[in-house]
Every structure is written in C-alpha cells, then in structure tokens.
Design a protein around this ligand. Structure first.
Ligand SMILES: Nc1ncnc2c1ncn2[C@@H]1O[C@H](COP(=O)(O)OP(=O)(O)OP(=O)(O)O)[C@@H](O)[C@H]1O
Length: 238
C-alpha cells in the first residue's frame, strides 16, 4: 500500500530566466530509498534545495502530509527531515564530536542523544577513532561520513543525500554503502541524488532519471538495469 512520506508535485524552479526544473513529480515512500540520477546540471541539487526551502519554487512539496511552503527550515528539521548537502557544511574548526553534537541542537533528551552518538560511532568506526580531530583536517571521505553522522544526530525520519560518493575512493564508498543499508534496515527513508548511477542503482528501490530539468524515466531498479539507454548513458555497460 502506498504510504508516501515526501510528495513532490509539479515542481518548477527558475533561476532568473533559466527554467531549472520543469514540472518534476516524485513520491518517496516511508522506509524506502529513492534515487535521482542524471548528468551535471540536470537539476538534482535544485530539487533537494527546493525541498529544504533553499530556493523558491512553484508546485507543491508535502512532507508527512504537510505543505512545506508553510514551514520554516528549523521546523522541517524538528519534523524529521534532514538534508546532507553536497558541500557537507561542516563546522571546520570543531572536532568530530562537536560537529555531531551540533546535529542534535534541537533535541532535549540527553540520554537519547548519547545513545545516537554511540550509534553513529558504531556505524562509522573511522569517526570513533577521530573524536577529537578537527573537521577541516579530515579526508574527504571522513568528512562525508561526519556529514551523514551529524545529519543522523537530528534523529531524522528522512535523510536527503546529495552526491554522497563524489570524489571518494571505492573503500570509503563501501563503508557508506554499508551504513546506508543498516539505516534502511532501521526504517530510515532516504532520498538520494547521485551522478554515480552504479551506487544509486545498488541501493535504490525506485529511481528517476532527470535530464535538463525534466524526468525522462521513472521506475524500479530492475527496470533501470534493463533499460538500454540507462545502461549505455549512465552505467557504462555496452
Ligand atoms: N543559484 C543558481 N543560479 C543560477 N543557476 C543555477 C543556480 N543553481 C543551479 N543553477 C543551474 O540550474 C541547473 C541545475 O543545477 P543543479 O545544481 O540542480 O544540477 P545537478 O543535477 O545537481 O548537477 P551536479 O550533479 O553537477 O551538481 C544548472 O543549469 C545550473 O547551472
């Protein structure tokens, strides 16, 4: 039975005269990972930015039944929707531990926050080994893990991830893959924007392909695998 947590309907975004998103509709079911793939400049980040309220949009975005046009960014986080941007937005001079605590800034239950800290350290042992290290001195992969860990510290119901594998070594991508699978097992809902189609197809149950601001294809992972155009243009299997 359909139980959408996030519903994006007929989304349009303009940057001046440029029409960056041209009527995009996506529905993310509770507990699933939904992938959005597409080339540079397709509009993936713009879509996530619209959901986060970072850009003006036309159309409707509903989270858990509520119209996000009526909510402020802080309310969205407190309602369980968190966004891990491509820039990661860490506090560079704060330690790993301090960055993680910043993720919990809207929470009151100290015991639950402590438990989630341990959950994040268990999920990412590389962070556990670097609790006191300043974020700016960490590798790109460690920073990505920290950004995901910090997002998890808000105790989200839904996580939006923008290009979490960009520029990362396969061994680090594997660590992030395993973390994502564990989080899905625990019931987290994920909206994943990725140019790395192999990674997106490995995890996502359903996907959309966006090109120049429009959804060109929508379907299940196996439908994407079977699609010759997707294989040739995005997965590199000829
Ligand atoms: N702030 C902005 N002002 C003007 N144009 C923008 C702005 N942000 C994005 N764009 C344009 O909107 C289009 C979609 O960009 P977007 O960043 O959403 O694509 P993307 O699919 O996330 O690409 P990438 O994978 O390279 O991040 C691009 O043509 C981009 O140049």
């Amino acid at each position: 039975m359909s139980d959408p947590l996030l519903e994006i309907d007929d989304l349009h975004v303009y940057y001046g005269k440029a029409h960056a998103l041209k009527g995009v509709s996506v529905s993310v079911e509770r507990g699933e990972i939904y992938g959005v793939i597409g080339p540079n400049g397709a509009g993936k980040t713009t879509m996530l930015n619209a959901v986060a309220g970072f850009v003006d949009y036309e159309g409707t975005i509903r989270y858990d039944g509520r119209d996000l046009a009526d909510e402020r960014a802080q309310d969205i986080v407190q309602d369980g929707l968190i966004y891990c941007t491509e820039d990661r937005d860490l506090f560079p001079f704060f330690s790993v531990h301090e960055n993680l605590l910043m993720g919990a800034q809207f929470r009151d239950d100290r015991e639950a926050v402590e438990a989630d800290l341990e959950m994040v350290y268990d999920l990412f042992p590389r962070l556990d080994e670097r609790r006191e290290q300043e974020a700016e001195t960490m590798s790109g992969g460690e920073q990505q893990m920290l950004a995901i860990g910090r997002a998890l510290m808000s105790d989200p119901e839904m996580l939006m991830l923008d290009e979490p594998t960009i520029g990362l070594a396969p061994v680090i991508i594997q660590d992030i893959s395993e973390a994502i699978e564990r989080l899905l097992d625990e019931g987290l809902t994920i909206l994943l924007a990725e140019q790395n189609s192999t990674f997106a197809l490995r995890h996502a149950e359903r996907l959309s392909l966006i090109e120049t601001g429009e959804i060109e294809l929508e379907g299940t992972a196996s439908e994407f695998h079977d699609n010759e155009y997707v294989r040739e243009a995005y997965v590199g299997v000829h």
